[in-house]
Design a protein around this ligand. Structure first.
Ligand code: PLP
Length: 428
């Protein structure tokens, strides 16, 4: 490999710079086969799933509320998909509400429970709410908004492996707690939370329990009754269905106030014309996950283990975040001391690999991931982390290509870095 192109420097990238580089990278890898390791951000729609949803985009179905035949065809397709999603998570079809994705499911779950609690207890003080520090922003930002509105909120800590402790939840409960929301698999680390133990605590305290399972469904068994969840969010574009579709499991006895008003869709829990093509794709993805999700998880675990072992063996001062913890098979978060994660993302992009960092851009500055900081990681190490997330389309060959490419890039970026990597490790 020749020297790194001048655009790739281990300094912080602004978003517009990153966009420019993406365009340049696109040209550079035009003749290369791109390996997509960013399936926690979005999964490609698989050909067999596209085939299932295509008729709905081409006029084979109408509006699911219409009485005529095309309307009834749409309704039948929606109900078939509902049954498939329900089966995948061990619910009954009437407990599945289709939404526009994970963010809406999370918002509906949290605001819906809180809204209904308020309607029934209009003169009571605002109730106490519990979530964790490592939630996705689709959950965290809702709680922060509720906090600004006066609700007392407890944000549970995690240990250095990235897990919420059941003892911490039990200690945080108050007589006025109305809702607990903890995710199942973390989107950045893949670490799986002890949701069954948390659910048992919630049930004993008679507090509604919401689980954001957006990164867990289709990747590890998710059974709502075993978890003891009252609400559970999932999203289509994480399991090879299309973007803009998701679902919320709402247990039969869960009291939920609709957040979007209009027609009587989704049994009055979510108004709006159903996204029939999206719903059909989600149904097809649920069937696929049900049919061979376990075999696929075993295949991805093998790829991930090969990738992690190969990188750790070839690159000094790198390691796996959440190693030794229960993790979903497809997700690997690794630190590369002495490097800015964004620089490595861009360098990999130019070599035909799509990966991401967990860092977020806030007020124009790249902030290290709140998840990694909550695990007690230093800001410097957190900024060096990359997330590799695998999907059904990934192959062993792609992993081997990554193993051939990444060590050289890390070495070059470290050489260009202003400080000596081992000094950074000592202070990490
Ligand atoms: N929750 C988790 C854990 C996620 O990872 C994501 C998206 O990455 C969401 C919620 C939001 O889902 P969506 O992109 O479908 O709105």
């Amino acid at each position: 490999m020749g020297p790194l192109p001048p655009l790739v420097r281990p300094r912080r990238a602004s978003l517009s710079q990153a966009r420019d580089r993406a365009i340049i990278g696109e040209m550079a890898v035009a003749s290369m086969v791109r390996a997509y390791f960013d399936n926690n951000a979005n999964t490609p729609v698989l050909p067999e799933i596209l085939e299932d949803m295509l008729p709905a985009l081409q006029g084979a179905v109408g509006n699911a509320s219409s009485i005529h035949q095309l309307g009834q065809a749409a309704k039948a397709a929606v109900e078939q998909a509902r049954a498939a999603v329900a089966e995948l998570i061990g619910a009954s079809p009437t407990e599945v509400v289709f939404t526009s994705g994970g963010t809406e499911s999370d918002n509906l779950a949290i605001r819906g429970v809180v809204g209904e609690w308020r309607r029934r207890n209009a003169s009571a003080p605002l109730p106490h709410l519990i979530t964790s520090k490592i939630e996705h922003h689709a959950v965290l930002n809702v709680f922060e908004d509720l906090e600004r509105a006066g609700y007392p909120v407890t944000y549970l800590p995690v240990n250095d492996g990235g897990r919420v402790g059941p003892a911490e939840l039990a200690a945080a409960l108050r007589p006025d707690t109305a809702l607990i929301s903890v995710m199942m698999a973390n989107n950045e680390t893949g670490v799986v939370q002890p949701v069954e133990e948390l659910g048992a605590i919630a049930r004993a305290a008679k507090v509604a329990f919401h689980v954001d399972a957006v990164q867990a469904v289709g990747r590890t068994p998710v059974r709502v009754k075993e978890i003891g969840s009252d609400l559970l969010s999932l999203s289509g574009h994480k399991i090879h269905a299309s973007m803009g579709i998701g679902a919320l499991y709402v247990g039969r006895r869960t009291q939920l106030r609709a957040q979007q008003l209009g027609g009587h869709h989704e049994r009055d829990r979510r108004a709006g014309t159903e996204n029939v093509p999206g719903i059909m794709s989600l149904g097809a993805a649920a069937k696929l996950a049900q049919a061979n999700g376990a075999a696929e998880a075993a295949r991805l675990a093998e790829l991930r283990d090969r990738m992690e072992a190969g990188l750790v063996a070839a690159i000094p001062d790198c390691g796996v975040v959440g190693a030794g913890q229960p993790r979903v098979a497809n997700t690997s978060n690794m630190y590369f001391d002495g490097i800015e994660g964004e620089a490595l993302v861009i360098a990999l992009d130019l070599h035909g690999f799509c990966v991401s960092t967990g860092a977020a851009c806030s007020s124009g500055a790249i902030e290290p991931s709140h998840v990694l900081l909550a695990m007690g990681m230093s800001r410097r190490r957190a900024r060096s982390c990359l997330r590799f997330s695998l999907g059904r389309q990934n192959t062993a060959d792609e992993v081997e290509r990554l193993l051939q490419t990444l060590p050289g890039l890390v070495e070059r970026l470290r050489r260009l870095a202003p400080a000596d990597a081992s000094a950074l490790v000592r202070s990490a």
